[in-house]
Design a protein around this ligand. Structure first.
Ligand SMILES: Nc1nc2c(ncn2[C@@H]2O[C@H](COP(=O)(O)OP(=O)(O)OP(=O)(O)O)[C@@H](O)[C@H]2O)c(=O)[nH]1
Ligand SMILES: [Mg+2]
Length: 271
């Protein structure tokens, strides 16, 4: 099995010479985040960080892209930081500007799957940036070797269970995804912030109903406690890996079943 060494960068803002040609529009910078581990530099650019996997994290067999989308404030950046660095810090909310990416390698059934995770800005004024990345995300992964790259994109679409407006926006996000992303995109709906039980305004059943309506796998998550965060990314990695290897149908990984079986309820895992 071939092993490819990635370039030194493990994440950061999209480079000026991005391999995503249509994404060369606005300068993509980000002033910081409430979440630790995102390692913002004084000029606001997201810095590369050490993978928890250590140097072994540099090696992978296959790589894919994941984009985090949803309204501003739903917790996209925190979800990524939780997954990447296992950390969360409540504090001042600093909105993402433009787009960032960070990499993480997962061991999926003996295969090292590198996820290049794009953290988009939920604010309306950056929507054109996100559109450009939907289109080009099926192309090359930034800074990675062209071999053994899975050109498929997956999207994690988030709403905030404490914010009804973010839930009401999901249909508009789905329409946008239909318009701008390719039809075979792997998509999962996540209801985030389930640790905030007192403030919850979107019931779990409402999320489930909406997901069923659109045929989407669905989970509730918490970037704060880590509930279902690794699971969401692992499920995506398994699905993408399977699509790239075209396993015989009897051995097919079934994303909906996996998520339903493995997902944990909001009340099982309070810290
Ligand atoms: N209680 C709780 N708060 C969260 C959770 N995830 C994020 N937050 C808080 O919600 C706020 C927004 O989080 P971000 O991750 O920055 O939101 P975002 O979706 O990246 O927002 P944009 O970058 O503007 O698109 C921050 O104050 C976080 O601390 C969570 O799971 N639980
Ligand atoms: Mg953000």
């Amino acid at each position: 099995m071939s092993r490819k060494k990635t370039p030194k960068s493990k994440g950061g803002s999209a480079p000026a010479t991005s391999a995503l040609p249509a994404a060369n529009g606005p300068r993509l910078v980000r002033p910081g985040t409430a979440c630790p581990g995102s390692k913002t530099s004084p000029n606001g650019l997201l810095q590369q960080g050490r993978s928890p996997l250590g140097s072994g994290g540099d090696f992978y067999d296959v790589a894919f892209k994941v984009m985090l989308v949803g309204d501003s404030g739903v917790g996209k950046t925190c979800l990524l930081v939780r997954f990447k660095d296992g950390a969360f810090l409540a504090g001042n909310f600093i909105s993402t500007v433009g787009i960032d990416f960070r990499n993480k390698v997962l061991n999926v059934d003996g295969t090292k799957v590198k996820l290049q995770i794009w953290d988009t800005a939920g604010q309306e004024r950056f929507r054109s940036v996100t559109h450009a990345y939907y289109r080009d995300a099926h192309g090359e992964l930034v800074g990675m070797q062209p071999q053994r790259i899975g050109a498929m994109l997956s999207l994690l679409l988030l709403y905030d269970v404490t914010n009804k407006a973010s839930f009401d926006s999901i249909q508009a996000w789905l329409a946008e995804i239909q318009e701008y992303a390719q039809h075979d995109v792997v998509l999962m709906l996540l209801g985030n912030k389930v640790d905030s039980a007192q403030e919850r305004v979107v019931k779990r059943e409402d999320g489930e109903k909406l997901a069923k309506e659109y045929g989407l796998p669905f989970m509730e998550t918490s970037a704060k406690t880590g509930l279902n965060v690794d699971l969401a990314f692992t499920a995506i990695a398994k699905e993408l890996k399977q699509r790239s290897t075209k396993a015989p149908s009897e051995h097919r990984f079934r994303l909906h079943d996996y998520v339903r079986r493995e997902g944990r309820g909001a009340f099982c895992c309070r810290p």
